[in-house]
Design a protein around this ligand. Structure first.
Ligand SMILES: [Fe+2]
Ligand SMILES: [Fe+2]
Length: 255
């Protein structure tokens, strides 16, 4: 089934046009940012549970990367918000398109490739910090260029954007439910990240990811759970969800 482009890509400019938050300062890394991120994540989960689970996994991988001092990714709340919000633009795409188990038409591909921009526009309207907005806009760019929406080279992107590029691609390789390509084990995906270091991915962040994660991460990321049914497992006496909440500065959330 094909959709009119206007139906597929409702302009996030309409969100910006509400203007309710315009002129106000950006959300500070802290509880405002975290609460707003979780509200939007809940909306994404209601729309498409698999996209919300994916976003939590990307945030989890980013948090692991940020724990490496060499990454210099900044405040954990900012890093987690960038992971949780990077695919917010998928909120504006029909579930039938998000779940399409076939090759997409040219029009559908155009609509799908708009999600970084619609997400970034929405986050701008909601006064998210610029690095979080940029990470949403840039997460499908490539280190040597040729990605989308801009096709720019990775060196021109912020460090947080470059980290989200590699974390997002890594999670997409190992997740269930991707019918258009084979699902890899964590070990295979780490090898793929290494193979694409310096072409698709920033070599520095590719190294941070490969060195920081191991096959045990497969269990931690709940890859065998049905969409919306992921219950993070306890590790080192601390649930993954608790670590995220701690980073976000929030009371316990029912993940
Ligand atoms: Fe995306
Ligand atoms: Fe993603």
């Amino acid at each position: 089934m094909e959709f009119p482009a206007t139906e597929l890509v409702p302009s996030a400019a309409s969100a910006a046009a509400t203007g309710a938050a315009l002129g106000e300062p950006a959300l500070a890394p802290g509880s405002d940012l975290s609460r707003q991120s979780l509200r939007l994540l809940a909306a994404l989960r209601r729309h498409h549970a698999a996209s919300a689970d994916h976003s939590i996994r990307v945030a989890t991988v980013l948090l692991a990367m940020a724990s490496n001092p060499a990454s210099q990714l900044g405040a954990p709340a900012l890093v987690v918000a960038a992971g949780l919000m990077h695919d917010l633009g998928k909120l504006f795409l029909p579930v039938s398109l998000l779940d399409a188990a076939r090759s997409l038409t040219a029009q559908e591909t155009t609509a799908m490739r708009a999600h970084p921009v619609t997400g970034a526009e929405t986050l701008t309207a909601l006064r998210f910090p610029e690095p979080v907005v940029a990470a949403a806009r840039d997460h499908h760019e490539r280190w040597l260029g040729g990605g989308y929406p801009l096709g720019c080279r990775g060196i021109t992107l912020s460090p947080l954007s470059r980290a989200v590029c590699v974390a997002d691609a890594f999670v997409a390789m190992i997740e269930p439910g991707r019918t258009y390509r084979p699902r890899l084990t964590v070990a295979q995906a780490l090898a793929e990240v290494e193979a694409c270091s310096g072409t698709q991915f920033d070599p520095g962040f590719a190294a941070v990811l490969v060195q920081g994660l191991g096959p045990a991460f497969q269990q931690e990321l709940g890859l065998d759970a049905a969409p919306g049914r992921w219950q993070p497992r306890e590790r080192d006496g601390l649930l993954l969800s608790h670590r995220l909440e701690h980073a976000l500065g929030l009371p316990p959330c029912p993940w």
